[in-house]
Ligand binder design. Structure first.
Ligand code: MIC
Ligand code: SF4
Length: 740
């Protein structure tokens, strides 16, 4: 690393940020030979490892199985965490998940065993906590098939969320390509105090940058304030960097990371890191004059930072606690809070649980009954076991909390919420990272607010969204007014972490004899058939839907109950865009079939076009495909005959996913052309046969009355990505290359 970084410093002729050091140290070609232009050059990288979770691993591994390799080329792990529904508590829920998803877990387990992939069983924990505890290391680069892979930035990595097809490249021993990111520096001064926590740093950053402000950039945190944060706190901040669209976020190696590495039984890694300490953080000159070296700089004083609650429906709507009463009244958000949920990959560390428990304990001691229901998802079996040993879980249980499995649970809609009958308007608070409409419980009228675990605990105890624990009192069972003291947490367990069975299964050294079988009649798994190239003559394509407003991957391919079909492309395609609002009529899952004039669900109309041999086109607004890494959001439209997705702007991972699947992801040169698109439009691509990098494409849009508009569309395809389009998908190209 030292040698490569020194070379990069020489070539760029300037001091380096940590992000640049890690990027230049992981070039596919080894020692750097030239400097790259940020935001412009496509660069081939060689990540150190890969992590996949059960909901995305199915498609990733189904693709990998077609790549013709006998083993993964770099260390890879699969984590079973998304498919476990929270309902009655850990023991029962886990048993049920093992029954209902047995086929999928077996598939993932045997594919892992066959191809040399480490397998973390259901109940072992949430991918990003497990990765932080076991695999992340300062100065490393990893990719993962989940947008919150970025969590590992808390241990000084460049860790990036990708679609399964990207992971397949690296598993198959090929380079991984990324446009060299821009750099946003966040200087943290001061020290967190009182009710403010690491979560509030990212809630604040989200308010400043908004859901697309980090697109194409790495966010690098530095300054004395950064050093004052715990390692898992840094993980929280990096994790939620996904919510501003950032490629990833990272922090320089420091004492907090060393403490964490030693506490998680990795003193060897800490010792190795200590030997090249200066290479694992940004150069002093960079942090002294950040404006000269970053594309954008934000400064946050932790001494003054206020606790926030962000929401509802979007993670960047930041409101300081204390101002929520007024805002809720103006916007008609229900003040009564029904649930407080603590957990998810962003906030389920030992420290998080102890800080929240310090609030819960006060409620018990001061005889305050919690007004909302409480649910807790520990981040890993190691955290759960240790927290149980240290009496922390007992505190929550004394407050009648339900301890759910060490898994994603309600964060991804795996939540059987029994307190609501229909689609009642209601409010919940949680320590998760995303709060898109319908995400936790499928109810479009659930107003979800994101806060720190300790703030979630306080709000849930009070049962009111406008409760401000810093100033307000609560009435206890004896009718006395009591106040909650500031939270107090424990960074790392004083007696060390402990665990009996962490839930890890080591793969066979030689897995060639392992049989992987997929039943042709399975409704959950389906072997993939290669996509046929779309070709360069797209004429007469019909508008499928013009999506109005926010269209995240949750809108395109909803999670919750649909997680069931993540390994079966045809079945999961029945959820395609059913959450997107049609700009014509403003309804969801109700679009016009131009061939019949009748209205129907989006997947049905798409299937009708496909059956008639007609391509279709999806049109969307800004930051289309925000959120998840799930490539189903690209594979479904591809499978159902969508040739092009034309939007004002894309979220990074989704745009790449579309390219990988051999379809067109294009943006309006003039954003206002979005307004020209009408319900009965037909699209004729005029110059797709001249598809070339940096050359806009032109499409003729024919309206119902026969009038036409020719619209210019930008794209970011480079030569190799155009080759994917021509072959029908990136996978088709890999197969072809491996066969020759
Ligand atoms: C999410 O938080 O949205 C998920 C579920 O973890 C996704 C992955 C998926 O859809 O499987 C993500 O963040 O990438
Ligand atoms: Fe799981 Fe939620 Fe984290 Fe996604 S954000 S990995 S669903 S805990």
């Amino acid at each position: 690393m030292a040698q490569r970084v020194d070379k990069a410093r020489e070539l760029t002729g300037k001091p380096l940020t940590l992000s640049e050091k890690i990027l230049y140290a992981h070039l596919w070609d080894g020692t750097p030979t030239k400097s790259f232009e940020r935001g412009k050059d496509y660069v081939d990288f060689a990540p150190d490892r890969i992590a996949c979770q059960d909901a995305t691993a199915q498609m990733a591994l189904l693709q990998f199985m077609q790549a013709g390799k006998s083993k993964v080329a770099v260390p890879t792990t699969v984590h079973c965490d998304h498919l476990i529904q929270a309902k009655q508590g850990a023991a029962k829920d886990l048993r049920r998940a093992n029954e209902t998803s047995n086929e999928v877990f077996d598939f993932l387990g045997s594919v892992s065993n066959k191809y040399g992939i480490g397998f973390w069983k259901p109940g072992a924990g949430i991918i990003h906590q497990v990765v932080l505890e076991n695999y992340a290391f300062p100065g490393g680069m990893m990719i993962g098939t989940d947008s919150h892979t970025v969590n590992a930035g808390g241990l000084g990595m460049v860790a990036i969320g990708v679609g399964g097809a990207d992971a397949v490249d690296v598993m198959a021993g090929m380079a991984w390509e990324l446009k060299f990111p821009k750099l946003i520096g966040v200087k943290l001064t001061g020290k967190l105090n009182g009710w403010t926590s690491a979560k509030d740093v990212i809630l604040k950053v989200a308010g400043i940058l908004t859901v697309k402000g980090g697109t194409g950039a790495i966010i690098e945190y530095f300054g004395e304030g950064a050093q004052n944060l715990s390692c898992t706190g840094k993980g929280t901040i990096c994790n939620m960097g996904a919510e501003v669209g950032a490629t990833t976020s990272t922090f320089g190696y420091d004492d907090s990371m060393e403490r964490y590495l030693r506490a998680t039984d990795r003193s060897d890694v800490a010792d190795a890191a200590n030997q090249i300490r200066e290479y694992l953080t940004g150069d002093d000159q960079v942090y002294a004059n950040p404006e000269q070296y970053f594309d954008q700089v934000i400064e946050i004083n932790l001494d003054e930072l206020q606790p926030h609650l962000n929401g509802p429906f979007t993670p960047d709507l930041a409101t300081p606690v204390g101002e929520l009463g007024e805002k809720a009244a103006t916007n008609d958000w229900p003040l009564k809070v029904d649930w407080g949920l603590i957990g998810s990959c962003t906030n389920s560390s030992y420290e998080d649980l102890t800080r929240a428990a310090s609030i819960a304990k006060q409620a018990v001691d001061k005889k305050v009954k919690a007004k909302s229901d409480f649910g807790i998802n520990p981040g890993s079996e190691q955290i759960r076991y240790t927290a149980e040993r240290d009496g922390i879980l007992k505190i929550f249980e004394d407050l009648d909390a339900t301890i759910f499995t060490n898994a994603c649970g309600p964060c991804i809609g795996q939540w059987d919420r029994s307190d609501l009958k229909g689609e009642e308007k209601n409010t919940i608070v949680h320590s998760f990272n995303r709060n898109f409409s319908k995400r936790a419980d499928g109810n479009p009228n659930t107003h979800a607010f994101v806060g720190s675990p300790e703030m979630v605990a306080a709000i849930a105890i009070s049962g009111r969204l406008d409760f401000n624990p810093m100033t307000d009192t609560l009435l206890n069972e004896d009718g006395q007014e009591v106040k909650l003291d500031e939270p107090a947490g424990i960074e790392l367990p004083p007696q060390g972490f402990a665990v009996e069975d962490a839930g890890y299964v080591e793969p066979l050294v030689d897995g060639s004899g392992v049989e992987v079988s997929v039943s042709p009649s399975s409704e959950r798994l389906q072997l993939l058939t290669p996509f046929k190239p779309i070709g360069d003559q797209i004429k007469g394509a019909k508008l499928l839907i013009k999506a109005f407003g926010k269209c995240t991957t949750d809108h395109i391919s909803m999670a919750g109950p649909w997680l069931r079909y993540r390994g079966h492309l045809d079945n999961i395609s029945n959820n395609m865009l059913i959450g997107a609002v049609n700009a014509f009529g403003k309804k969801t899952n109700f679009v016009k079939n131009q061939l019949t004039g009748e209205y129907g669900g989006v997947p049905d109309v798409a299937r009708a076009y496909k059956a008639a041999g007609v391509y279709s086109v999806v049109v969307g607004d800004h930051n289309y495909g925000e959120g998840s890494s799930r490539e189903h959001a690209a594979m479904e439209p591809r499978h159902l005959g969508v040739a092009a997705v034309i939007v004002k702007s894309f979220a990074r991972i989704h745009e790449t996913n579309l390219k990988k699947q051999g379809m067109l992801g294009l943006t309006f040169v003039n954003e206002s052309d979005y307004d020209l698109i009408q319900e009965n439009d037909t699209f004729n691509f005029l110059d797709l046969d001249q598809f070339a990098p940096e050359k806009p494409l032109n499409v003729e849009v024919v309206h119902d009355d026969g009038t036409k508009d020719v619209i210019a569309l930008n794209h970011t395809y480079n030569h190799s990505q155009i080759a994917w389009f021509k072959e029908g998908s990136a996978l088709n190209l890999i197969k072809k290359e491996n066969a020759s």
